[in-house]
Design a protein around this ligand. Structure first.
Ligand SMILES: Cc1cc2nc3c(=O)[nH]c(=O)nc-3n(C[C@H](O)[C@H](O)[C@H](O)COP(=O)(O)O)c2cc1C
Length: 201
């Protein structure tokens, strides 16, 4: 192994079952959330909101709405990675982000020209793409601490959003990430070779 990052990316896999008796230390979980917070996002506007679901009944209901995937109920922590929906230049969240960064008028204008004409559907897609970057960083950060994770898109989104009771005018849930400690050995990786995946032009 060349370095700790290589160790982490080789350690990470989509863990299907966690040790329900083993809890993540609070400072380690905070480090994972920090890796999400410090992630890059288009125009720096941080399209994400991380909902940490600790309520047992809520978890159980999400489990039923997520194809009964055992990761949901056995993980030490469950994070719903959500994206923001109101991202046009006039929306309060964007205005306050620009004020905080001290963005000049020219950059605000660029944002308005680039973003505002798009449909709600296209903007939702744009916003949700950003949060996958944060999600990947959180999973890599977890792996660097030998903490397992599993990205989960296999769930009924409307049902999960309703169970969580979030304001769906403002947020949509992109994916669920349970974090915890594996019970089973990690299976061998079936990846394509670099030759198949990389094309030099
Ligand atoms: C966006 C996304 C959604 C996924 N959804 C699920 C899921 O619902 N359930 C699951 O067990 N794995 C899910 N996975 C995990 C993939 O199946 C897994 O990453 C892939 O098979 C490669 O295996 P590895 O991550 O162990 O290397 C998802 C992965 C991604 C990136």
């Amino acid at each position: 192994m060349r370095n700790d990052f290589e160790k982490a990316i080789r350690f990470r896999h989509a863990c299907k079952l966690f040790d329900a008796a083993r809890a993540i230390e609070p400072e380690e979980f905070t480090f994972i959330l920090e890796a999400g917070r410090l992630s890059p996002s288009s125009f720096g506007v941080e399209h994400w909101r991380f909902f940490v679901i600790r309520d047992t009944a809520m978890r159980q209901a999400i489990y039923a709405a997520a194809w009964n995937q055992a990761q949901i109920t056995t993980a030490s922590e469950l994070v719903a990675v959500a994206y923001k929906k109101r991202v046009r230049s006039s929306d309060p969240f964007i205005q306050s982000a620009f004020d905080r960064f001290g963005y000049p008028q020219a950059l605000r204008g660029m944002y308005a020209d680039f973003i505002d004409p798009r449909s709600d559907e296209v903007l939702e897609c744009w916003s949700s793409r950003q949060v996958y970057i944060a999600a990947a960083n959180m999973m890599s950060a977890a792996a660097s601490l030998q903490i397992d994770s599993c990205p989960i898109e296999g769930f009924d989104r409307a049902a999960v959003e309703q169970i969580m009771g979030i304001d769906t005018d403002l947020f949509g849930v992109a994916l669920l990430i349970p974090f915890g400690y594996r019970v089973k050995e990690q299976p061998p990786r079936m990846r394509s070779s670099l030759e198949e995946l990389v094309q030099y032009l």
